[in-house]
Write a protein that binds this ligand. Structure first.
Ligand SMILES: Cc1cc2nc3c(=O)[nH]c(=O)nc-3n(C[C@H](O)[C@H](O)[C@H](O)COP(=O)(O)OP(=O)(O)OC[C@H]3O[C@@H](n4cnc5c(N)ncnc54)[C@H](O)[C@@H]3O)c2cc1C
Length: 340
């Protein structure tokens, strides 16, 4: 364990906010966590790669950063001659492992399931928190279980995928267990047999006429991402800043009358999910810049820091976007990003 005081966080958040924290604790092994009970009684925030976090000020508490990685192949099951069990591989991955290492590992070991999630920044321990998703796949589709400690009792837990109550960019870790648990390991069930999800139109189109492979899907996903999202080594951001809002059928019909080209997808429970990016664009924000803060010209869902934006400038942009979208559509956008 490494402890530092008055620690600068600029390198620990992809928005590039130049803030400090009172105390920064780097955790080098999951076994250290149950010995830190006192610390969990004081203000703290678990920070992975900081790619879904907006720091708005000095953090007067302890930042806990999992720095323990590792990918273990926990088990392999193969089909029986009767074909009763399907073949799969179980990986146990430590919270501090960069997500990119896991998707690379899957490519190297021919394991299918996470390829559409290639290129998402951050650490593995954060992936279940918001049930990361992209191009027709959500990580919940491959999560077998999540291990960690309840930080109020320091008791270990092991939650099945069902226990995690995964939803769209949502899970139990954002509700009942928010601020009450430390995820140490995530278990993934992956397929050693080719199995692709090509429901996302741009992905299917780009691969049309070719037999998909792990490499071609991952490379195509990366190409699509690079064409739409900023390079975080150059421009700060936290990916999609807002969730896609969900409205009922009546509100959707009323909006369609006013905006016939409105994009919406049924959620399966009678509700309709709107495209937040389209609402932001129609509200006139796509590409708009105020000082060093603004909305990315190629993707209206992304708030960016062009260099030295201060937290309050980023906050002004997101609040104005929410207000303008509300005025125009009577729809309230909610941030997907953790605002600290
Ligand atoms: C350019 C860019 C593109 C992106 N694209 C996507 C995308 O396509 N799809 C998508 O879903 N997201 C996307 N994101 C958002 C982000 O990368 C993901 O949410 C990612 O999983 C966050 O990981 P992190 O480690 O950086 O999280 P952090 O910001 O460090 O933490 C996120 C949350 O998880 C909690 N947390 C972290 N680790 C633990 C732990 N071990 N135990 C308990 N709680 C923990 C934190 O307290 C916080 O609440 C993108 C972000 C960027 C910058």
């Amino acid at each position: 364990m490494n402890v530092a005081t008055d620690f600068p966080l600029r390198e620990y958040n992809t928005f590039g906010m130049d803030v400090t924290c009172a105390r920064f604790v780097q955790i080098d092994s999951a076994d250290e966590i149950p010995k830190m009970a006192d610390l969990f009684d004081t203000p703290h925030y678990i920070l992975g790669g900081g790619s879904n976090t907006l720091f708005t000020d000095y953090y007067n508490g302890t930042i806990l950063h999992p720095a323990f990685g590792g990918i273990e192949m926990a088990s392999q099951s193969t089909p029986t001659s009767e074909g009763t069990s399907s073949s799969s591989v179980l990986l146990r991955v430590a919270a501090g492992e960069p997500w990119e290492n896991l998707t690379n590992y899957c490519r190297e070991h021919s394991l299918y399931g996470l390829e559409n999630l290639t290129g998402i920044p951050g650490l593995v321990g954060s992936a279940p928190v918001q049930n990361i998703g992209a191009y027709g796949v959500e990580v919940k589709d491959c999560i077998e279980k999540v291990e960690g400690y309840y930080t109020d009792t320091m008791q270990p837990f092991c939650l099945t995928s069902d226990d995690c109550h995964f939803g769209y960019r949502d899970s139990i870790f954002k509700h009942e267990l928010k601020g009450r648990c430390f995820i140490t390991h995530v278990w993934f069930r992956l397929s050693p047999q080719p199995r692709f999800t090509l429901t996302y139109k741009a992905l299917a189109q780009a691969l049309e006429g070719r037999e998909p492979t792990l490499d071609s899907v991952a490379e195509t996903v990366l190409a699509i991402r690079n064409s739409k999202l900023p390079d975080i080594t150059q421009i700060g951001c936290a990916g999609s800043f807002f969730k896609n809002p969900v409205v009922d059928q009546a509100q959707h019909a009323a909006l369609l009358n006013r905006f016939p080209d409105l994009v919406a997808y049924p959620t399966g429970d009678g509700m309709m999910k709107l495209a937040a990016g389209q609402l932001i664009e129609k509200a006139g924000w796509k590409g708009r810049r105020e000082g060093d803060a603004g909305i990315y010209p190629k993707q209206a869902l992304v708030i960016v820091n062009y260099g030295n934006a201060k937290p309050e400038e980023i906050c002004n942009v997101y609040r104005q976007v929410i207000a303008d979208v509300k005025d125009l559509f009577q729809v309230t956008l909610t941030p997907e990003v953790n605002i600290i």
